[in-house]
Design a protein around this ligand. Structure first.
Ligand code: SF4
Ligand code: SF4
Ligand code: FES
Length: 277
């Protein structure tokens, strides 16, 4: 059965704005995005909303609903009491363009800084092989829909614009980890993760993991292993020296096929020689 929903929506642009109250008729089973579309169609034709799939897969409709970062298309009205006012505001970490639409280009700039996948040559039979656990790790990380809710909630940049230059954020630590732990990749991203992406500024509060709509274990499965890899490289001279000697020694002993085979470290603590360049 339908009912009248009290909504409070942030309206404004780069010059400022305020919360505006509306009453919107809604139906049972609807989501917050449905209510906003009805509001846009009937009372506020110029309301700016970014959305695309309405299925939780494009990552476009991120906003803060009653102060919590969420996807508007995946937040059912039944989550709230019918008498409750639902307040919708734009993501706080990114500059507002208009109403609920923010400029998330910071994220695309950070994406450009991550070196692309650089696979080793295939095996002599033309195939590439990897362990199932490595496949599954990549599959978890690749569930990311780039909604940037994790970026929005991260306290390192949420109220600290000045940190954005030196901090890539959880979505991109995920990307660094995905590629750096990929057994077929040849590029060592550990130095960049530290110096360019600022992974050392993350203090593992796990707020990013809590808001991820894809339930990716960002902190436990990506950030912590990546931090361990960075520390291994940066602060353990024996690991560094050992990896150099071991790599040279191994290159001298291996057949050409074995030299080509991917041998990068794939999990934290499991060091193996890197592939030949
Ligand atoms: S765990 Fe790190 S990246 Fe995630 S929200 Fe906390 S500080 Fe940010
Ligand atoms: S890691 Fe999760 S919260 Fe972050 S952008 Fe990807 S899907 Fe969104
Ligand atoms: S509209 Fe695509 S995730 Fe919400």
């Amino acid at each position: 059965m339908g009912y009248d929903l009290s909504m409070r929506v942030w309206r404004g642009d780069v010059n400022g704005g305020s919360l505006v109250d509306y009453t919107v008729p809604v139906e049972e089973g609807e989501v917050v995005l449905d209510a906003l579309h009805r509001l846009q169609a009937t009372q506020a034709n110029d309301l700016a909303i970014r959305w695309n799939c309405k299925a939780g897969k494009c990552g476009s409709c991120s906003a803060e609903i009653n102060g919590r970062p969420r996807l508007m298309c995946m937040t059912r009205l039944s989550t709230f009491d019918r008498n409750e006012t639902i307040t919708v505001t734009p993501l706080r970490t990114f500059p507002v363009i208009k109403d609920l639409v923010t400029d998330v280009s910071y994220n695309y700039e950070k994406a450009k800084e991550v070196p692309a996948f650089a696979p080793a040559p295939p095996d002599p039979d033309g195939k590439r092989r990897m362990m199932q656990e490595d496949v599954e790790r990549g599959q978890e990380f690749r569930k990311c829909i780039e909604c940037f809710l994790c970026q929005n909630v991260c306290h390192v940049i949420r109220d600290h614009e000045e940190n954005k230059r030196a901090f890539a954020g959880p979505r991109f630590f995920l990307r660094y980890a995905e590629l750096d732990m990929h057994p077929l990749d040849t590029h060592d991203r550990r130095e960049l993760a530290q110096s360019m992406a600022g992974i050392g500024m993350c203090n593992i509060t796990k707020c990013c993991t809590e808001v991820c709509p894809e339930n990716i274990k960002i902190t436990d499965n990506a950030i912590i292993p990546m931090k361990e890899r960075v520390v291994d490289r940066k602060y353990d001279p024996l690991v560094w020296l050992g990896s150099k000697i071991f790599r040279r020694d191994q290159r001298e002993k291996l057949t050409p096929e074995q030299v080509r085979a991917p041998r990068k470290q794939t999990t934290a603590g499991a060091q193996s020689p890197e592939p030949a360049q």
